[in-house]
Design a protein. Structure first.
Length: 137
């Protein structure tokens, strides 16, 4: 009887310590490796949060209208290790971003594998789990 109470107590305590796992998606579920996308625009915002930072860019279409594109990137700490910091990646920065387009053809791009700032400084921000981009920007 005493063993049952100890086991029940351990089960309850173990359940309280359990940390819920945040959902995460497979790269290939959301993004198409056959659809390489490159856009040039101005950063309107950056969400520096886990599990992925997001870059929001306003892009001028051919008809003169503007549309917002979203770029899923690495976690913030990995971006910083690659040299991309909030000091340089901030609203108003002119950028060119390349990566893989979403399967649903929305204005979302995965991992923005390459980021080039208006001054010409470029960073490769691929995660290593995605296929490398092989053709030029």
């Amino acid at each position: 009887m005493r063993y049952t109470h100890v086991l029940a107590a351990l089960t309850i305590v173990g359940g309280l310590w359990a940390v819920p796992a945040s959902p995460h998606h497979s790269f290939s579920v959301a993004f198409d490796v056959e659809r390489i996308v490159s856009v040039e625009g101005v950063v309107t915002g950056v969400k520096w949060e886990n599990p992925h930072a997001w870059i929001f860019v306003e892009v001028e279409r051919g008809d003169g209208e503007f549309e917002e594109w979203q770029f899923e990137t690495l976690p913030p700490n990995q971006l910083r290790r690659k040299g991309v910091t909030p000091a340089i990646l901030k609203p108003g920065a002119a950028v060119t971003l390349r990566g893989y387009g979403a399967h649903d053809r929305s204005r979302a791009i995965a991992a923005a594998n390459i980021i080039v700032f208006g001054g010409g400084e470029s960073f490769s921000i691929a995660s290593g789990r995605q296929p490398p981009l092989t053709d030029g920007p």
